[in-house]
Design a protein around this ligand. Sequence first.
Ligand code: SAM
Length: 282
Amino acid sequence: MHDRADAFKRVLKVVGSLLPGERLKTATYLNCIAAPRKFVRKSIGGFYRMDHIYGICREFGRLYEGKFSILEFGVADGYSFTKKLYATRYLEMEDQVIVHGFDTFEGLPENRDRADRALVEGEEWIEGQYHGRYEDLFSYCASRYSNFRLHKGLFQDTLTDGLLAEFEEHLPILIWIDCDYYSSTRQVFERLTPYIPSGCVIYFDDINHNFGSRFTGEMRAVWEINRGALGDRVELVPDYELSCDTNRVYRFVNLEARVQHRRRPRPAADPVRYRRDDSPFP
Ligand SMILES: C[S@@+](CC[C@H](N)C(=O)[O-])C[C@H]1O[C@@H](n2cnc3c(N)ncnc32)[C@H](O)[C@@H]1O
């Protein structure tokens, strides 16, 4: 590790010595070395939120039985909602997965909780921001897809008992939280928790608002859940594989869920691995 860092510094030293003046040296370093390095790092190891939609649908389709649902809280104009719908089409899972979208479609509600506010002036979310076009979105989706439902109103009103009961038949596999506020996130989990089976993926779009502080926003909800706010048998476990270089994706663990995902039957043979040789090769 140190060897590589030392070699990199030696190369930098040589390149630097070939360039005249601090200004040219600095501009060359920033534009020709630092920026491409960051770009490569981000493009190879970086998180892109559309990847895990496909990964999760494939995982559940392959390993588990039954019908599923994907729930998006905070739809606005449907930018990411319709991408989820298309994923179910591309993966030929339209008969198996219903995609639900929840939003006022009138933009962000009033922010009443201190934990919804920004810690930096100018980063405040504003009431009415992200106003959607409900009718347009509904007719666009209806013209292309049939496996969707849009729920217009505040989360606490649209997560009705009748709808929650449907999630016992169509088990949630992905819950996409993109509602910005701590209070809205908390409302979702307060209603939904008993219906979230262990293993369901929870994605938080804005977890890094306010530097990812546990005092505000979606991160506060995560922190509270993991301190037992919704019961001491509920946990959000980071999924490092799906998160890549972020902290945005978790698996819900719920020892008291009303429902459980069911694995497809596995071959009856004993999974023991028989010894071969002692080299690292499998
Ligand atoms: C950042 S936008 C969603 C962006 C969207 N996912 C996209 O792909 O463009 C946040 C949305 O959350 C909705 N929202 C926030 N709190 C809500 C609540 N308590 N009930 C209903 N909708 C809420 C707002 O109306 C707003 O449209």
